[in-house]
Design a protein around this ligand. Structure first.
Ligand SMILES: Cc1cc2nc3c(=O)[nH]c(=O)nc-3n(C[C@H](O)[C@H](O)[C@H](O)COP(=O)(O)O)c2cc1C
Length: 382
């Protein structure tokens, strides 16, 4: 029996929330470099795609060692595929496995996956059971070939695993913890009943975004509802994590204090702001010493932001090659949001095709800044 990494984490836990199309391996690497959240999740990955093993779809399960503990998030609705996908997640060396029961997007939820599972609690429990069985059977020595994955899938999974040579050589088979991330309900808040149901599936952690599916991202995350459910969840020895609208560690501290959750996940607050996790130790210190939160770090300077943008772009190209840079552009736009002349800079950033383009724009920006300062300086009467 191995100790779950969740049990070894200092509390409150402050993690990076999963965001499809955003929290890819390059972004998580940058976040780990500049701030180091306690945990990170991959973008959600469909169990069918995992089991089919096409490399293009497995991209979202790439990670680097610096991110650990790293949790693979999966979604779908077919219990047999969850059983197989659990084997793959274990084989790839993830620290944990999370089931998405909160995605509101039409093509996910309306097919009965993601937040659609809130309407089919028995299926949600069956998915948890099959996933847990998959994890345990893998830990007991069952191989991917034995569960019937196709040779082409075995090959691409082996290729992905080879990115972690230490794992390939030394991996011990041990079971990893199962967690669930969800919302308050489908079209109304039923988090108390819903969390009572999820508790029966015995996950180690339940993360809750304080909105219903119908709300999508409208209104505000309901932290009262999160607090109530957290108490019920914790009574069963399960960790309760809250999520929604946290934009700073000061917000995180206040939400944890008022709701009694074991931790929080930050999503949109980290866009263009990998520094947001920089002082999570200060949050823990405030709780352990029962003193006010003291955040000492300053807003990163323009130069520091430029350096991070270049590093992020380089990292993205190293991981993905030169042909997918279009997926990097939105991140560059987010970094610009606090710059003077942000709009003009953003327009240029969303046209970039590689790191060199980013460097050129930043150089031109600095040059223009110098010139305008010089002309302003020159216009001051002697
Ligand atoms: C662009 C985007 C993609 C998301 N993708 C996922 C996902 O793959 N899995 C998931 O559980 N939640 C996903 N979410 C929801 C977030 O994890 C989080 O619950 C939500 O954004 C609320 O937290 P925040 O206010 O800190 O952003 C996504 C959110 C956004 C904005």
């Amino acid at each position: 029996m191995t100790t779950s990494f969740w049990k070894t984490l200092a509390q409150p836990i402050i993690g990076l929330a999963p965001m499809d199309g955003v929290t890819d391996s390059a972004f998580r690497y940058i976040v780990a470099t500049y701030g180091k959240p306690d945990i990170v999740f991959t973008e959600f990955t469909n169990v069918h795609d995992i089991c089919a093993g096409r490399l293009k779809f497995l991209d979202s399960l790439r990670y680097s060692e610096v991110e650990r503990p790293v949790i693979a998030q999966i979604y779908g609705k077919d219990p047999a595929l969850f059983y197989q996908a659990a084997h793959v997640v274990c084989e790839l060396g993830f620290d944990g496995l999370d089931i998405n029961m909160g995605c509101p997007s039409k093509n996910v939820a309306s097919s009965g996956s993601g937040a659609g599972l809130i309407r089919t609690p028995n299926l949600a429990l069956e998915l948890m059971e099959k996933t847990r069985n998959g994890i345990q059977d893998w830990a007991d020595g069952q191989t991917l070939a034995e569960i019937g994955l196709k040779p082409s899938a075995l090959q691409s999974i082996a290729q992905l695993k080879a990115e972690h040579p230490n794992l390939t050589e030394h991996q011990e088979r041990s079971s990893i913890p199962l967690s669930v991330k969800t919302r308050l309900g489908f079209d109304c808040n039923i988090i108390n009943e819903w969390s009572d149901c999820l508790i029966q599936g015995r996950p180690e952690v339940i993360s809750m975004h304080g909105r219903t599916l119908s709300q999508m991202y409208k209104g505000q995350s309901d932290w009262e509802a999160i607090a109530q459910a957290a108490t019920r969840i914790q009574q069963h020895g399960i960790l309760a994590i809250g999520n929604g609208d946290i934009k700073s560690l000061t917000d995180a501290h206040q939400r944890i204090h008022n709701s009694g959750v074991n931790g929080v996940l930050i999503g949109r607050g980290a866009l263009g702001n990998p520094w947001i996790f920089q002082e999570i130790e200060q949050v823990r210190k405030a709780f352990s010493t029962k003193s006010p939160l003291e955040i000492t770090s300053l807003e990163p300077s323009l130069e520091e932001k430029f350096e991070a943008m270049i590093k992020h772009a380089e990292c993205f190209e190293t991981i993905n090659g030169p042909h997918h840079f279009v997926r990097m552009r939105k991140h560059l736009g987010w970094y610009c949001s606090t710059f003077p002349h942000a709009a003009a800079m953003r327009v240029q950033m969303v046209r970039t095709n590689g790191t060199q383009d980013v460097k050129n724009i930043l150089d031109a920006y600095l040059e223009a800044q110098k010139t305008s300062e010089a002309s302003e300086f020159a216009s001051i009467p002697a």
